[in-house]
Design a protein around this ligand. Sequence first.
Ligand SMILES: C[S@@+](CC[C@H](N)C(=O)[O-])C[C@H]1O[C@@H](n2cnc3c(N)ncnc32)[C@H](O)[C@@H]1O
Length: 213
Amino acid sequence: MNTEYNFNVKKKRPEEEYGKVSDYFRGDILNQYATSKNMMKIQEKITIRALELLDIKKKDALILDAGSGPGFAATYLKEIGYRIVALDIIPEFLYYYEIKELNPITADMCFPPFKPNTFDAIISISALQWIFRDLKDKMMYSMLKNLSISFYKILKPNGRVVIQFYPKNKEIMDNTGKIIVKHTDFSGNFIIDNPNRQKKRKIFLLLNKNRNF
Ligand SMILES: C[S@@+](CC[C@H](N)C(=O)[O-])C[C@H]1O[C@@H](n2cnc3c(N)ncnc32)[C@H](O)[C@@H]1O
């Protein structure tokens, strides 16, 4: 397998163009995202794969959906029997649908307001590129560090995290993993589906609170 994946992204991604996520997801763009049946299907498919990687044994596990948007992943997880907390930094997303049963909460996922040892698992779909995308940016580094420490703290022992995201290149991808592991006792690895088909490629970072897995 070729490990030097082609990251030749020609079009600027929204996070590069806008910087602040709330400057991008607002008005028509927010509405289009939240109401897109196609997007719902795509995000649900990613969630199914993420869940497969998490391999949760407990039927009624409590899962945090970090960067939940309008709740596509969270709704699916709830439907199949998990208990969910849907967290997003943009309140309009969380109140787009009637999702009270997803326990919606407006917060920054780098500072999740929960007690230690709360969640069996954390899932984050297509959000992390908004937090860390520039190796030289100290603020981004410190936000990612904070996210890592917080995720570690709020997970129960043996809890797992799966993060699907869109790093701009392999250097950013690798450094994301390194920074998370450096500041916590997580063990982790990347799982890359369709590594050599850029359009279909999906990158997952799987983290485990127990180093001996
Ligand atoms: C592309 S959307 C994905 C939404 C959802 N996970 C899905 O699969 O449909 C990215 C989401 O990440 C959220 N987000 C970005 N940075 C965040 C942060 N620091 N804290 C919480 N949510 C954040 C955005 O508000 C947005 O809802």
